[in-house]
Design a protein around this ligand. Structure first.
Ligand code: NOJ
Ligand code: CA
Length: 716
């Protein structure tokens, strides 16, 4: 599918030039809902404020940066020049929630000059969309500003009230926290409880939260703060001044405490504020991808959405199989691994992987992820060790060539696994050989992982050095026609537009935690408004055996009904979706498994039917290039009745809907496997009111009805 960049409408509305010192600059969104005002304080500090439908969203908030060993870019400015334009163009992503994305905004560029600092200058670029504001700092090339080091970016978001906020603690290394819901003013007192243990965490030592940060005002305004196009810059956390409800940027530092190394001509990522009085608009927003650069990949035909299974969940639930092959725990890469004492529980054996391949082939999956195939897992975690893995040497009981040949003969790909153990240096050194190895055996996608403390020691997962590592890996992978699914990487900011082979990321608390303490039933309805705003998530849904005591000693349980796991394939958007449970469990519920087999992973269009952060989400999507639609609806710990309005269907046709619903007695904690499947005829006039159990969901697949089916089934 070649990348197409369709220009439907593009015009420059006006260009204004001012030569002025401080007059307030104004900008209105195309639909007139948003008003931005940018001005200078008497000491020449830039500030901005934002209102929506006449009400303040962001009160006057400062802009600027503190530099190391240099005068700040914070004050003493005058406005030299301003430009404004309007852009309205549409483009087609390689894959996505919709086939065509409209990018419509009004832009204001303000050039600021520090006369007292030898005329140094920066530009502020504001874009007002119909769903909110984005802005960034630009640092043009100029005689007196070539290289500089950022001590801190001081962007404020002065909120207009003590809003409800869905938050996780600010942390330089992990996003795998459970969410806390509170007032902004309550964040400091709840911080300790919220900062649960995560392997390799670096919580910020003052009240701070991560982005995407989702808020709701008392008047029912939904506000989401995040960033877009995070490249060659540290990720932004938000300091919280709880008493004043002011958030301010807190960049992730490097090993020596600096926050960014810059060379002009350059710019910061975009700071984004998505706002609406309808929660569904937050989910529907395309602001973040629109702010990212189009891809410059010439050929994207090799980039394909993926539905996969994997030798994976058994490592978490059964305690029977392991990533490691040997019993020994102190190993080195140049050891002879065939001399280790087999522990007898190694998961990634040629034979066992072939069973997964057979299952994938029988049920139409594209790929099988194989973790634990390569040497080094005996002491992969906890030692802050550099050479943990080499990414090219299989264990003695895993025959790479045989497994791949077998898989390919059945039309299945093996998904590579590169756990780096956070030794990014080691991975970069070995990257080309690792990708050559993948090309040689026909692997086309890789799941990467960064568990542990980063090497170079002192760097953080979300600092500028690692941000550059992640983009380097994505770009380099493209040279080898390889797709990436990264775990423990910096949270996404829409870069999948620029690097469409970077299919998905984890970067949040996903299914694995169901086996390690559990996820709250409301978790997924918060993720939709937080983590997923930046890009697709490899959440790894599809767990049918939710009570893990089924396997023996594990007393954990997945806090959803079985049907909610189906709904995730629609609500948890990703072009890469895993069916994470063990094949044996899918064999026990073949009728429910049918939904996972049918559901699409790439879409022509999406409709956001019902939404409230922390409570529920209902989404319908049309499969790309097919007359098939899928609906997913999820609730939190409370039962509810979903209202599904089928007006998204084309007029005049009759369709068959397969409705996968929670049973009357179902609940996530006591009766998760009770479900019903019903086939009915639907048209664009149909409306369905469907009971959803506590911790439950609803999944619907819709196809064109054959004449016979129409006769057989009663109309809804
Ligand atoms: C953490 C990842 O999230 C998980 O999916 C993976 O199995 C382990 N690391 C091992 O790489
Ligand atoms: Ca993880």
């Amino acid at each position: 599918m070649p990348y197409t960049h369709r220009l439907s409408l593009y015009f420059v509305a006006m260009i204004c030039l001012w030569w002025t010192t401080g007059a307030a600059q104004q900008l209105t969104s195309p639909n007139g809902d948003f008003q931005l005002e940018m001005s200078l304080t008497p000491n020449g500090s830039p500030q901005y404020q934002l209102s929506y439908k006449g009400k303040p969203v962001i009160k006057p908030s400062q802009l600027g940066l503190q530099l190391k060993d240099a005068p700040s870019l914070q004050e003493g400015f005058t406005i030299a020049e301003t430009h404004s334009t309007e852009v309205d163009k549409s483009w087609n992503p390689v894959w996505g929630k919709q086939k065509t994305v409209r990018n419509h905004y009004k832009e204001l560029v303000v050039q600021l000059i520090q006369e007292q600092q030898e005329g140094r200058s920066i530009r502020l670029r504001f874009r007002l969309f119909n769903d909110g504001l984005a802005f960034r700092y630009e640092f043009p090339k100029q005689p007196k500003l070539n290289y500089f080091v950022i001590e801190e970016e001081n962007t404020e978001f002065a909120l207009a009230g003590d809003h409800k906020i869905f938050w996780i603690p600010g942390d330089y290394d992990t996003h795998e926290y459970a969410y806390t819901t509170s007032k902004i003013s309550e964040i400091p007192e709840k911080m300790e409880e919220a900062t649960i243990f995560i392997n390799a965490q670096t919580p910020i030592q003052q009240p701070a939260v991560q982005t995407p940060s989702m808020m709701k005002s008392e008047e029912g305004l939904y506000i989401n703060i995040h960033e877009a196009a995070l490249k060659n810059y540290a990720a932004m956390e938000l300091n919280v001044d709880a008493a004043r409800q002011v958030m301010s940027s807190h960049l992730v530092p490097d090993a020596v405490g600096n926050k960014g190394y810059m060379q002009t001509d350059t710019h910061s990522p975009w700071r984004t504020i998505i706002v609406s009085d309808d929660a569904r608009d937050i989910l529907a927003s395309n602001m973040i991808i629109n702010l990212n650069e189009p891809t410059d990949y010439k050929d994207t035909s090799w980039i394909q959405p993926i539905k996969y299974i994997g030798v994976w969940w058994e490592y978490f639930v059964e305690g029977k199989s392991t990533w490691a092959y040997g019993k020994e725990t102190n190993v080195k890469l140049d050891d002879d691994f065939s001399k280790l004492t087999p522990n007898g529980r190694h998961g990634a054996t040629t034979e066992h992987v072939k069973e997964y391949v057979d299952f994938a082939a029988a049920h139409g999956f594209d790929a099988v992820l194989v973790e634990g195939w390569n040497i080094g897992w005996e002491d992969w975690i906890g030692n802050w060790k550099e050479n943990v893995f080499d990414f090219t040497t299989p264990y003695p009981d895993f025959d790479v060539e045989e497994v791949n040949n077998y898989a390919h003969s059945k039309g299945v790909k093996i998904m590579m696994h590169h756990e780096t153990s956070a030794a990014a240096t080691n991975y970069e050194r070995r990257l080309d050989r690792a990708f050559e190895f993948m090309n040689k055996y026909g692997y086309t996608s890789v799941k990467t992982g960064y568990v542990g403390q980063i090497i170079p020691r002192g760097e953080h997962h979300d600092g500028q050095w690692m941000v550059n590592h992640f983009t380097h890996v994505a770009k380099r992978a493209a040279d080898y026609n390889i797709m990436i699914n990264s775990h423990e990487a910096v949270r996404p900011t829409g870069l999948h537009r620029t690097y469409p082979n970077w299919l998905a990321q984890e970067s949040a608390r996903g299914t694995e935690f169901e086996a390690m303490g559990g996820l709250a039933p409301e978790h997924a309805s918060i993720l939709a408004f937080t983590r997923l705003i930046g890009g697709p998530m490899d959440y790894t849904p599809g767990i049918f055996q939710t009570d893990l005591s089924y396997y023996g000693d594990n007393q954990q349980r997945v806090n959803t009904t079985l049907v909610k796991q189906l709904a995730y394939y629609v609500t948890m958007y990703s072009p890469l979706q895993m069916a994470a449970d063990l094949p044996e469990n899918y064999k026990r519920f073949p009728d429910a498994f049918q939904f996972i087999k049918d559901v699409a992973v790439d879409w022509d269009k999406s409709w956001y039917l019902e939404a409230e952060p922390g409570d529920y989400v209902s989404i319908a999507r049309k499969a790309k290039g097919k007359k098939e639609w899928f609906v997913g609806s999820i609730t939190d710990e409370h039962a509810r009745t979903a209202t599904i309005d089928f007006s998204f269907l084309p007029k005049g046709e009759k369709y068959i809907a397969s409705i996968y619903a929670d049973g009357k007695e179902a609940s996530y904690d006591k009766n998760p496997q009770s479900y019903t499947i019903q086939k009915v005829v639907v048209t664009h006039k149909s409306k369905l009111k469907q009971y959803i159990a506590p911790g439950g969901g609803l999944a619907i697949s819709i196809k064109e009805a054959t004449p016979q089916e129409r006769k057989d089934l009663k109309k809804m």
